[in-house]
Design a binder for this molecule. Structure first.
Ligand SMILES: Nc1ncnc2c1ncn2[C@@H]1O[C@H](COP(=O)(O)OP(=O)(O)O)[C@@H](O)[C@H]1O
Ligand SMILES: [Mg+2]
Length: 354
């Protein structure tokens, strides 16, 4: 029997390019070579496509930030992609997790792992994900959403999309009156904590808004939830299962880029030591959030358990980190699903039309 051709795309044009290389290399190393013909496809930061022609095992040695060697340019990516039966876009962030590559694959009529265009783009855009979470009745931090209009002005956008244009001083003042400090300021389209700052007062808020504005015109500002940070993995198309809950113990003040990838002191605890009742609530909410964005295949849903004992949703990631030590595969490993079996399941789900 001919083997299924699986194209694994990694790298990509986002700030999470380096993380994607490590995620992609784990996926490549765990795909069952007896079942699949594996085509590793690397996208560089400028959007050019390459075949990876080195030994896949070598890729597994890479750490976040290492460059990639042994690549050969693909002159016609469309023809090359068309060779694949299924594509696994192991891309994080913009141009990968946001519906754009999914749109390309839809146009090419190629099956792919994970969420479709709509779910990917809604989940990627924190402002819109929050609107959907509100609609689904999922509790979350109190937030506001602003838009950087130009170098001087910002738009404050209220819950009914009424717009008020204000300069940095006035918008910061307005937000300080609405939200309780400290707040988290986030580029709406961000990932791996890039562009995110915590602000303790109005002055810090101003600079955090300006900083976030360097990454995205849309900016979300939300109240801090003091408590624990937990994550739950979901898998499925219409029949969705949720994994156990895992806890993040960040080595830093919050879960920054360095805390995620460069600080060995950051720990994950699987399963989290929490009451069954809370764990059940998180698992149910994770599936609900996934359904609410019209998810497919997989997602990792992140929550806080506040010191008030309540569960707050933070975000949903449609292409979560996939390194050997990443939460998503580890949560399912704890359920008895080995990494390579998980990949088989994801590929199978890419095929199912229901
Ligand atoms: N409202 C909040 N309360 C407390 N911590 C937060 C809040 N929002 C974000 N954080 C911290 O910042 C990190 C990154 O924020 P997040 O929204 O998850 O962005 P990203 O998509 O970049 O992962 C979180 O993992 C958490 O540690
Ligand atoms: Mg996050």
């Amino acid at each position: 029997m001919e083997k299924l051709k699986i194209g694994v795309i990694f790298g990509g044009m986002s700030t999470e390019h380096d993380v994607s290389i490590v995620s992609g290399s784990s996926v490549l190393n765990n795909l069952n070579g007896e079942k699949y013909e594996i085509l590793p496809i690397y996208i560089d930061i400028n959007g050019f496509y390459y075949k990876y022609i080195g030994n896949i095992k070598e890729l597994a040695k890479l750490h976040v930030g290492d460059g990639i060697e042994n690549i050969e340019k693909i002159e016609n990516p469309i023809t090359y992609l068309k060779k694949c039966d299924v594509i696994f876009p192991v891309l994080h962030g913009l141009y990968g997790e946001d519906g754009t590559i999914q749109g390309l694959l839809e146009l090419l009529k190629i099956k792919y792992v994970g969420c479709n265009v709509l779910a990917s783009s809604v989940a990627m855009d924190k402002a819109y994900a929050k609107i959907i979470f509100d609609k689904a009745g999922l509790k979350q931090a109190k937030y506001v959403y602003i838009y950087k209009k130009n170098n001087k002005d910002y738009e404050y956008i209220d819950k009914e999309f009424n717009v008020e244009t204000l300069d940095i001083n006035n918008i910061s003042k307005k937000i300080s009156n609405i939200l309780k400090m400290p707040v988290f300021v986030k580029p709406s389209n961000s990932g791996s904590s890039v562009g995110i700052k915590k602000a303790n007062n109005e002055n810090e808020l101003k600079s955090a808004i300006e900083y976030a504005g360097e990454y995205d015109k849309k900016i979300v500002i939300e109240e801090e939830i003091k408590g624990r940070e937990v994550e739950c993995a979901v898998l499925g198309n219409r029949d969705v299962i949720a994994s156990c809950v895992g806890e993040i113990k960040s080595a830093e003040n919050f879960y920054t880029f360095d805390a995620k990838y460069n600080n060995a002191e950051s720990k994950t605890i699987i399963p989290a030591e929490i009451d069954k009742e809370i764990s059940d609530e998180i698992r149910t909410s994770a599936i609900k959030a996934f359904k609410a964005i019209d998810g497919k295949g997989l997602s990792r849903v992140d929550f806080f358990i506040g010191n008030d004992g309540k569960v707050y949703i933070n975000e949903i990631n449609t292409m979560p980190g996939f390194t050997q030590i990443s939460m998503y595969p580890k949560l399912f490993e704890a359920e008895g699903l080995e990494y390579s079996q998980l990949l088989d399941k994801l590929i199978e789900l890419a095929y199912v039309n229901e």
